[in-house]
Ligand binder design. Structure first.
Ligand code: ADP
Length: 227
């Protein structure tokens, strides 16, 4: 199996002196679905920021999607980020753009033809059950629908890896399962998923690998497909 994420003995100390991560080593293989769990302040966001190259480690090495994030030149960061789809708790949609435009925008910043965009966006919206909402604006649709738009936007570039940071934190609990089911379907098509969550119910309902972080250390790593 081929690793898509490798942390080699990663430690992070913020300038304030806070030790957010201590000697974290982990591998995520291509095609895995991994939940990251842990109490507030455990270091989950720091780990995610490291994966997106928003922060760099104080010590250790981070490899994602074939890029070494510690030695990568600044000018390569945008190309690297386009290989990842990101979904946030607060959706981060552009309220003055329609659902269609929000998703199309993620493609317009890449070098694809407008013909491709006109084909790809409706396909992705349809896949996520959003075809009828294409002309709506984010404030006009429900939280669950907004998160599906955010997922559509994350998927439209066909990324190898999706990072979902508490994607169900702002939506009704019953819709949380729907979002994870969608992530499951995406995962079944081969995309690697890393999802941070607080919701123990979700984690125990789905049979995925669980990585537990506490006080900046990996304290649990269980489940998932046999490697
Ligand atoms: P989690 O996402 O699990 O709640 P975080 O990664 O946000 O945890 O935080 C881990 C620790 O690092 C906490 O003690 C937090 O206060 C600290 N921390 C997070 N971001 C920063 C920052 N930018 N500067 C200083 N300390 C930070």
């Amino acid at each position: 199996m081929e690793a898509i994420i490798t942390f080699k003995d990663v430690s992070k100390t913020y300038e304030s002196g806070t030790h957010a991560l201590h000697h974290v080593s982990l591998h995520v293989e291509k095609g895995e679905f991994v939940f990251i769990v842990g109490p507030s302040g455990a270091g989950k966001s720091t780990l995610i920021k490291m994966l997106l190259r928003e922060e760099t480690p104080t010590k250790g090495t981070v490899l994602v999607n074939g890029y070494n994030l510690c030695t990568m030149k600044r000018r390569h960061i945008p190309a690297f980020r386009r290989t990842i789809g990101v979904v946030f708790q607060d959706f981060r949609l552009i309220p003055t753009m329609t659902v269609y435009e929000n998703v199309a925008f993620a493609l317009q910043v890449t070098n694809v033809s407008s013909k491709y965009i006109r084909r790809r966006v409706p396909y992705i919206l349809d896949l996520l059950g959003l075809a009828k909402k294409a002309r709506s604006y984010p404030p006009e649709i429900s939280g669950g629908e907004q998160q599906r738009v955010a997922l559509a936007r994350a998927l439209v570039n066909n990324p190898a890896l999706i990072i979902a940071d508490e994607p169900t934190g702002n939506i009704d609990p019953e819709l949380s399962y729907e979002i994870v089911e969608l992530l499951n379907e995406i995962n079944r098509c081969g995309t690697t998923i890393v999802m941070v969550t607080h919701e123990h119910g979700l984690v125990s309902h789905f049979d995925h690998r669980v990585i537990g972080i506490e006080k900046g250390r990996v304290i649990l790593d269980k489940g998932g497909k046999p490697q």
